[in-house]
Design a protein around this ligand. Structure first.
Ligand code: FMN
Length: 352
């Protein structure tokens, strides 16, 4: 008998999940998000699986020390079945909510090895992998996938394999691998997945706010939502969506609350042992997203990108978020026309 899926924090609401994000979904970030009535559950950054791999220590740490009280699924990326089985067994000694398979990472260095998004070209390999992983996973076995590699030619075949191997939960990011992170999300394809598999589906891709989550739930029939980059921008989105579902007034953060959030990221996610310019570089990766809702002209983004040390960066945050603006409301949606300008995403796919 399969293990029931985790319960949402509030009975009767639809589940929200923080997207696994390499270098973002770390122990520190999970703690920061968890203090703001975060998602119903988490998925780790992926554990890389190959013949000489052992579970990465910093990801194991996120399983052990996130301190949120919420379940955490361990995500694996790989294709070598004996080593996937070995890793599933190794992970059983940690407090995991289940095992999740990554079938979406679009980084060329990843998909060229036929793992992550690369698997979507090979339904026969998926058949083998899902069969073995299902058989060897004692509890919940879940899959996170994109809708195809360059198009949807194998989508139906893969959805049939998800059904065949009794996957417990399917998350669909409604883009192809070639669509990276910016192509339009195909919500009709998510609706199609919902109708095609017997397990619940979590919809993912550009869920910007509680209002959009509500709309997409109605449109796609998905069971719940996974949010990534917009949860970096707005860590209150999970509690806001929960409140909206319950007919309560959602929490309305101020720019002062945002300044406090940034302080916690600086303390929890920017390793104090790093050189100050590298600490600042790390914080900027988060601020690239947060800055999308701070001012309409992108002045904050412009100025913060030009600072060099952590202390100048935090002063820049003070100048834009405190003083006369402290009580100003932080909008739920990003301002139109601003872009996060991720630095290495184009080449690396899964890095900020
Ligand atoms: C910086 C970054 C790192 C990511 N790392 C992973 C990962 O380790 N595993 C995974 O399945 N997806 C990863 N993703 C994809 C996200 O989980 C998510 O599917 C994608 O960002 C779309 O959701 P969003 O529009 O809410 O951000 C990553 C995305 C970003 C931006």
């Amino acid at each position: 008998m399969s293990t029931p899926l985790p319960d949402p924090q509030v009975a009767g609401t639809r589940p929200s999940v923080l997207a696994p994000m390499q270098d973002v979904t770390t122990t520190g970030f999970m703690r920061v998000i968890g203090r703001r009535e975060g998602p119903d559950w988490f998925v780790t950054e992926y554990f890389r699986v190959h013949e000489s791999s052992t579970p990465e220590k910093h990801i194991v740490d996120s399983l052990l020390n996130h301190g949120t009280g919420r379940p955490v699924f361990a995500q694996l990326i790989g294709e070598d079945t004996p080593h996937m089985v070995r890793t599933i067994k190794l992970l059983q000694k940690y407090p995991i909510a289940g095992i999740d398979l990554n079938m979406g990472c679009p980084a060329p260095k990843v998909y060229r090895k036929n793992v992550g998004g690369g698997l979507l070209r090979d339904p026969a390999k998926i058949d083998e992998l899902l069969g073995v992983m299902r058989a060897e996973t004692p509890g919940r076995f879940t899959v996170k996938m994109r809708i195809g590699f360059e198009d949807q030619r194998h989508f139906d075949a893969i959805l049939a394999l998800v059904a065949k191997h009794q996957v417990d939960l399917l998350t669909v990011h409604g883009r192809t691998v070639k669509g990276l992170y910016w192509s339009e999300v195909d919500y009709a394809a998510i609706t199609h997945a919902v109708k095609s598999v017997p397990c619940p589906v979590i919809a993912n891709g550009d869920v910007t706010s509680s209002a959009k989550a509500q709309r997409l739930l109605a449109e796609t029939g998905a069971w719940g939502m996974m949010m990534g980059r917009h949860a970096i921008r707005n860590p209150w989105v999970f509690q806001q969506w929960r409140a909206v579902q319950q007919g309560r007034e959602p929490f309305a953060p101020t720019l002062g609350d945002v300044r406090q959030y940034i302080q916690e990221i600086a303390e929890e996610c920017c390793d104090q042992a790093m050189a100050v310019d590298r600490q600042a570089g790390r914080l900027k990766k988060f601020l690239n997203f947060i800055g999308l809702s701070i001012d309409t002209e992108g002045r904050f983004l412009f100025e913060m990108r030009r600072t060099e040390t952590m202390s100048d960066l935090l002063k820049c945050c003070d100048a834009h978020l405190l003083g006369a603006r402290t009580t100003e409301r932080y909008p739920e949606e990003p301002h139109r026309g601003l872009i996060a300008r991720p630095t290495r995403e184009t080449q690396q796919g899964c890095e900020l």
